[in-house]
Design a protein around this ligand. Structure first.
Ligand SMILES: Cc1ncc(COP(=O)(O)O)c(C=O)c1O
Length: 390
């Protein structure tokens, strides 16, 4: 692979092509030549996905219909819940899940600081107050010890994201006696103590964004065992021909999206297998260096992200970029940093040191080999530099 010195911060802007196209992976060098870059994430789409969507497109029935129902049933069955309610995104799924728990003005929902801003905004959409807590640094997840002191009479829900495909320690959280919303946006297929994530919370949500475990382009789902919640969620996601109160939304998924979701769900076992295979290659190569590898004790990790903790994270990230390997901070910014509230040392540490290395089913062996060779060289060089500096 040719080295480049060009700018690789936004691969999509390189060719104007959408992720998934070969050309998207090309970068223009300062010399005028092109070289291959390995994006941080990429959808895994094949001909069977294209055929599934084309079939629905040709049928003329493209809005919410039978395919959505089929997808809801398939995801609910996979997770081990009675019902699925498909919606337009993971964020709208969180919003409706909060509403169906009765979370509203004056109430609080607890969530970790080290997560994307979606749970924060969903809570605000419900009119409630997000209550932020720190994470357990060993697995980047929310933990009961941090949550318990924050529980008050206003606490109506705990949002538990299973970060990077690695399940949170759920039992102690469930024992707190507050309804838990499992946020499985990054973890479809992961297991906690031999239970599918999403099967243990009062309500659980999924995201099917382009680069999630499976995709519908954009999309989400809530799963539940509760008949009343099902009725409420279905009532809220669509406004048409219904009483004006309570306020309704248009959060529907289309049959076009659901047909892609069904096709992707059939491939989920092979997607997970490929993710685990790449993770074990990374584990084997990187265990020789003094860095924190993803928590190996959590048996059910599906490695949505492969996240390591490094002393010189920023230096490694920059050098990997110049090798054509796009590594990223896995969380844009801890929530507390934008809100200017109390100290959250673990979330701060994760922000400063966590680095996500490309890992997805469509990553080729050649790409994985290049990533490993590049990172090993960088880590060796950094150790040598440290020796010289001492
Ligand atoms: C943990 C978590 N929750 C919620 C969401 C929101 O999902 P969506 O982007 O589909 O709204 C995401 C998306 O990245 C996520 O990672």
């Amino acid at each position: 692979m040719e080295k480049h010195t060009g700018n690789v911060t936004d691969p999509a802007s390189v060719s104007g092509e959408k992720p998934g196209c070969e050309e998207w992976r090309m970068i223009h060098l300062e010399s005028g030549a092109s070289a291959m870059i390995i994006p941080h994430s990429r959808p895994s789409i094949d001909q069977s996905d294209i055929d599934a969507v084309s079939e629905v497109l040709s049928s003329g029935r493209i809005a919410q219909g039978e395919k959505v129902k089929e997808f809801e049933d398939a995801v609910a069955r996979y997770v081990g819940k009675k019902y699925g309610v498909a919606v337009s995104s993971g964020t709208s799924a969180l919003h409706l899940a909060l509403l169906s728990l009765g979370v509203g003005p004056g109430d609080e929902a607890i969530m970790p600081s080290y997560v994307c801003s979606s749970p924060y905004f969903a809570t605000l959409h419900a009119g409630a107050v997000p209550k932020i807590v720190d994470i357990d640094l060993s697995n980047f997840n929310i933990c009961a010890d941090a949550v318990e002191p924050q529980i008050s009479s206003r606490t109506k829900a705990i949002i538990v994201p299973h970060m990077f495909g690695n399940p949170a320690e759920l039992d102690p959280l469930l024992e707190l006696g507050i309804p838990v919303i499992e946020d499985c946006a990054q973890s479809l297929g992961a297991e906690y103590k031999s239970h599918q994530v999403g099967s243990l919370g009062e309500l659980s949500v999924f995201s099917f964004y382009a680069t999630k475990m499976i995709t519908t382009g954009e999309g989400g789902m809530i799963v539940t065992d509760d008949d009343e919640s099902l009725a409420e969620l279905v009532e809220l996601r669509d406004y048409d021909k219904k009483p004006f109160s309570p306020t309704k939304y248009n959060y529907k998924m289309t049959d076009l999206q659901a047909s892609l979701g069904l096709s992707q769900l059939r491939k989920l076992p092979s997607f997970i297998e490929r993710r685990l295979r790449i993770a074990s290659l990374y584990n084997e190569a990187l265990s020789k260096y003094e860095i924190q590898l993803p928590n190996a004790t959590a048996g059910g990790n599906v490695f949505y992200r492969y996240v390591v903790m490094l002393g010189k994270m920023e230096q490694v990230r920059e050098r990997a970029h110049s090798d054509g390997v796009v590594c990223e901070r896995p969380v844009f910014k801890p929530l507390h940093s934008d809100l200017e509230i109390a100290q959250f040392p673990n979330s701060d540490k994760a922000y400063d040191h966590a680095l996500s290395i490309p890992l997805y089913p469509s990553l080729s062996q050649e790409e994985a080999d290049h990533i490993i060779a590049s990172l090993e060289q960088i880590l060796r060089d950094l150790v040598d530099t440290e020796r010289v500096e001492q």
